[in-house]
Design a protein around this ligand. Structure first.
Ligand SMILES: Cc1cc2nc3c(=O)[nH]c(=O)nc-3n(C[C@H](O)[C@H](O)[C@H](O)COP(=O)(O)OP(=O)(O)OC[C@H]3O[C@@H](n4cnc5c(N)ncnc54)[C@H](O)[C@@H]3O)c2cc1C
Length: 411
């Protein structure tokens, strides 16, 4: 078989899979399979919630991005037969054969078995999740009567964010700013109440001390209520049960959003491969799976042995790995030596409400509105393809990135 006929199947159109597919152009017959028709730049999902960005900015169509470089199939992979070298898709009788497989199906929300969480808490990983949450916030606002007493406003607008990592901070500050802005616009009395509930004794444990003080400042400016060392016991249709210091409490909420952790994609759970205790597939420093040299795994489902620990489970890592993966797939096909790499932090950036951010780059932190602009610029550069970057960059530059207020439904 000539190199150009090598069948390369890539599962997952996210940071790992899509960027590998783009880098592999011309290396063989490439097929990218993803369960959505679009890529999603997840680090800006908070800005989609607040209306600072639009869907086309952060969720471009996979087919358009790939142009003619690869075949795109929208579908859910249900089975991988590592011995027969085929993948099976839901609803398709015929399996897809491969010579080289790249797996990057990412992670899913981990509700950790908490009673009612999967049923009633809202996940925050997809465009639809953000749209549903925005709608829920608007519905809650619409319930508040114009002459409601401050305590009634507060009670109707109580939202709990479960998980005090970077996601919990970014999400709660966006929600706090959006809700406070809407309360003001509607001339309501009182304030919304947004809580972060975290089991550990502090928020953002993986974040450097330099940036942490800006996070603390933003949380108090946005009046986010922080409950550390607090465990969610139960989620119900209308609230949560909590435990702190052996004391139990119940709280009525308009919504509970779950950003307290992830687990590997169920697809990888089925595979009989060497894994770590979290189910991450152990890969060589070339990203190949042990015992299956024609299978490469990257992103949120891979345990890569040579990486700064704080990078695990990040887009930064998946993106960096995609470069190595594409290079090694080419080398594998051409019979050349495969490479290894040590992956490092590229800097940290957190959005802190709709007007501010904090960015740590080259050991220096900047914060405030300037950092918000810097974060937009930094992320423009990390969007897939030059063409898309230029379109989005121009849109943000000329049309601005102001949040879209929570208008009454039907407005
Ligand atoms: C809200 C949010 C904010 C984040 N912010 C940051 C940040 O600021 N910085 C950072 O570095 N990281 C951030 N992350 C983490 C980052 O997005 C992930 O680490 C990164 O997306 C992992 O890349 P991946 O390619 O492994 O998976 P993904 O990008 O999740 O892509 C996997 C793709 O595979 C698809 N898929 C899954 N199973 C199947 C199947 N069976 N068949 C077909 N397709 C399938 C998925 O739907 C998805 O499209 C954030 C994550 C979230 C949810």
């Amino acid at each position: 078989m000539s190199h150009s006929n090598t069948r390369i199947v890539i599962i997952g159109g996210g940071f790992g899979g899509l960027f590998t597919a783009l880098d592999l152009a011309g290396a063989g017959e490439i097929t990218l399979i993803n369960d959505e028709d679009h890529f999603l730049f997840k680090p800006m999902l908070y800005e989609y919630l607040s209306g600072e960005v639009e869907a086309w900015h952060i969720a471009p169509d996979c087919k358009e991005l790939l142009a003619n470089q690869a075949r795109f199939i929208r579908g859910v992979v249900t089975e991988i037969d590592l011995d027969a070298r085929t993948v099976t898709l839901a609803g398709r009788a015929v399996s897809i054969p491969y010579d080289v497989l790249v797996m990057a199906p990412g992670a899913v929300t981990n509700y950790a078995g908490v009673e009612g969480a999967e049923q009633y808490a809202m996940p925050f990983r997809a465009l639809n999740d953000a749209s549903r949450l925005r709608r829920r916030m608007t519905e809650a606002l619409d319930q508040v009567q114009p002459d409601a007493a401050p305590q009634d406003t507060r009670s109707a607008l109580t939202f709990a964010v479960v998980g005090g990592g970077a996601s919990g901070v970014e999400l709660s500050t966006k929600m706090g700013d959006l809700l406070r802005d809407a309360v003001k616009r509607r001339a309501l009395q009182g304030e919304p109440r947004v809580l972060i509930v975290e089991m550990a004794d502090r928020l953002v444990p993986g974040m450097g001390e330099e940036i942490r003080k800006y996070v603390q400042g933003a949380l108090s400016a946005c009046r986010i209520e922080v409950h550390t060392e607090t465990r969610i016991v139960r989620v119900t249709e209308h609230g949560i049960a909590l435990e702190h210091n052996k004391t139990h409490a119940e709280l009525q909420t308009a919504a509970v959003v779950w950003v307290a952790g992830v687990r590997v994609s169920p697809l990888t759970e089925k595979l009989n491969l060497e894994k770590d205790r979290r189910g991450l597939i152990l890969v060589e420093r070339t990203l190949q799976v042990r015992g299956y040299p024609h299978v490469f795994v990257l992103g949120d489902v891979a345990f890569y042995p040579d990486v700064v620990p704080t990078l695990a489970g990040t887009a930064q890592l998946a993106m960096q790995e995609s470069g190595l993966c594409a290079r090694n797939v080419r080398a594998f096909i051409e019979g050349n030596q495969l490479k290894t790499k040590h992956f490092v932090e590229l800097g940290e950036a957190v959005s802190l409400g709709t007007e501010q951010a904090a960015v740590l780059s080259a050991g220096k932190v900047i914060s405030g509105p300037l950092a918000r602009q810097a974060r937009f610029a930094m992320y423009t550069a990390r969007l897939p393809t030059w063409h898309h970057r230029l379109k989005v960059g121009a849109s943000w530059f000329f049309e601005g990135t102001q949040p879209r207020p929570l208008q009454p439904l039907g407005f």
